[in-house]
Write a protein that binds this ligand. Structure first.
Ligand code: GLC
Ligand code: CA
Length: 554
């Protein structure tokens, strides 16, 4: 495999609105990010991905872009963005932006022009269909609820939106649209961006001609996935985009890819793949139900391990997955993957190490390095996220009481990850001097960066050690390129694997409160990381404490 500049890096996702507010308006901003670059550098982060900060009405918090060439004033100016790129460079860091091109905002100029003249050039930038009274062009349900069709204002037509109605889908079949997308990507890469995280990209290819599928809920609609399963030929778009943009710049690209088939992996992330990498969502989608969040199954430690290993086996050494335990669309990893009641310092560190040492590129989501947890909502009025609001409705319609519906939604709400970053125990967790756009998790007095930086046993310092280990010249080859081999897979509540390269490492996590014993297959040469002060071993029998994690060199 040809070595790439990004293989040995560590990435970090920033959700700008909730990261750090520099001017007291309650909204995080780019100057705020710049002021925290040293914090990230100190942790050991190399690549920083920013969720969208382009001009946007923020109907979906910036994933609805009204101008791809400007920064939303709430987040700062273009000059701020240029400063950020320059300041990152000074620290040998790289900035990625979010590429949101399955759809734009209904406030984008293209959409406005399509409304004015649906038969003209810009009408063909979208999927428009003639409106028929009492009948929709298709019965697909949007990801955020309700039909995917909405009236195109001032015309006798309707437009397609697989997400919110303020996010009209762009017509990738139209070469003129594709040109506009490539032009924009190259414009940003010319500014010195290192690459992009690519949003919702699997939706750009639609199965044509449009048709209905069997309804799967009382609403008579069907999941978008039915149509996507039938859509063939996305590779032509993705390959063209790679060749016209990323490849020329040796840029890094990571795709938000769901439901890929094993045989497609080489095309997506192999040597000359469409993307440098793609996220592993196997754990994220575990237990999901077609009925809605309220019906989703809880993931167990064994499920978590099996999901990770399944992805690792699927990809093998074909390419590099990007590994996450959370992002801005998911609940906090420690609240989700650690059994209820067991979330503590040790279990948080265990989860961190088990995930971080997988083969692939580790991504840390803001606050993950502090062990930030889900927030509790006392009423649906405290919820901002459009997806959570829809799921609440779905749960009520399914017959849940308002309390049950709130509980179901709270478990998965995207707002869990979007509460402001907890910098200190000062007012509003030190995130803003004003009033924060979304409520701060009240546990900030206990969980915050200021306290953790100075505490050698904090989650933050554990992440710092994990990053330092990945970069340690003695182990780097093995951690970055070494093969992953699962061990003791039949054991209950135990996750363990080898990383084998020029050295042999063994990662072992006791995924439960009870002690557990394992017999080491060979002599332990060195303990590289331990989330306890001690390691109890007699002969080769290792007695693991509850939630103990060890990284050993054998
Ligand atoms: C992706 C984003 C999510 C957004 C959606 C529509 O899944 O991560 O936040 O709502 O795409 O752009
Ligand atoms: Ca601000």
């Amino acid at each position: 495999m040809t070595k790439k500049w990004w293989h040995d890096k560590v990435a970090y996702q920033i959700y700008p609105k909730s990261f750090y507010d520099s001017n007291g308006d309650g909204i995080g901003d780019i100057p705020g990010i710049i002021s925290k670059l040293d914090y990230l550098h100190d942790l050991g982060v190399d690549i920083v991905w920013l969720s969208p900060c382009y001009k946007s009405p923020l109907a979906d918090q910036g994933y609805d872009i009204s101008d791809y060439y400007s920064i939303d004033p709430r987040f700062g100016t273009m000059e701020d963005m240029e400063n950020l790129i320059a300041e990152a460079k000074k620290r040998n860091m790289y900035i990625l932006m979010d590429l949101v091109v399955n759809h734009c905002s209904d406030e984008h100029e293209w959409f406005q022009k399509a409304c004015q003249d649906p038969e003209g050039k810009y009408g063909n930038f979208f999927y428009l269909r003639d409106k028929k009274e009492g009948e929709l062009p298709t019965n697909w349900r949007s990801y955020f609820g309700g039909p995917v069709w909405e009236d195109l204002p001032g015309t006798g037509k309707q437009y397609l939106h697989v997400f919110h109605k303020k996010q009209p889908d762009l017509n990738w079949e139209n070469p003129e649209l594709r040109e506009e997308v490539y032009k924009n990507i190259n414009w940003w890469l010319d500014k010195g961006l290192a690459g992009f995280r690519i949003d919702a990209i699997i939706n750009i290819k639609k199965a044509l001609p449009f048709r209905n599928y069997a309804p799967d809920r009382e609403d008579g609609l069907c999941s978008i996935n039915e149509m996507l399963k039938e859509a063939k030929g996305i590779g032509e778009f993705l390959g063209e985009m790679r060749d016209r943009t990323f490849k020329k710049y040796d840029a890094f690209s990571v795709g938000e890819v769901f439901n890929e088939k094993p045989e497609e992996i080489p095309d997506f992330i192999g040597e000359d793949g469409y993307f440098s990498s793609m996220f592993d969502f196997n754990e994220t989608i575990f237990g999901a139900s077609g009925k809605g969040w309220y019906d989703a199954a809880q993931i167990s430690p064994d499920d978590y391990r099996n999901c990770c290993f399944e992805s690792q086996r699927k990809v093998g050494e074909t390419g590099f997955l990007s590994n996450i335990i959370e992002n801005h669309d998911e609940p906090r990893g420690v609240s989700r993957y650690i059994p209820e009641g067991d979330c503590c310092l040790e279990s948080k560190k265990m989860l961190a190490a088990l995930n971080f040492m997988l083969r692939g590129l580790p991504f840390i989501y803001q606050g993950q390095e502090l062990g930030m947890e889900n927030v509790s909502f006392s009423s649906i009025d405290e919820v901002d996220d459009i997806s959570s609001l829809d799921e609440y409705k779905v749960a009520l319609e399914a017959g849940l009481t308002p309390e049950e519906a709130l509980k179901a939604v709270a478990r998965f709400s995207r707002d869990n990850a979007r509460t402001p970053m907890q910098w200190s125990d000062e007012a509003n967790a030190g995130f803003t001097t004003g009033s924060p756009w979304l409520k701060v998790n009240p546990n900030y007095t206990a969980i915050n960066a200021a306290a953790q930086l100075s505490d050698p046993d904090s989650v933050w310092n554990f992440y710092k050690k994990l990053i330092a280990l990945r970069k340690n010249p003695a182990y780097k080859e093995t951690i970055v390129y070494g093969a992953l081999e699962p061990v003791w897979e039949e054991r209950h509540n135990l996750m363990a694997y080898y990383r084998k390269g020029d050295r042999t490492l063994l990662v072992i996590g006791n995924y439960q409160q009870k002690e557990q014993e394992v017999i080491l297959p060979s002599e332990c040469r060195k303990v590289l990381l331990n989330n306890y002060p001690d390691m109890v071993m007699e002969n080769n029998v290792l007695k693991l404490h509850g939630y103990q994690v060890l990284i050993l060199e054998l």
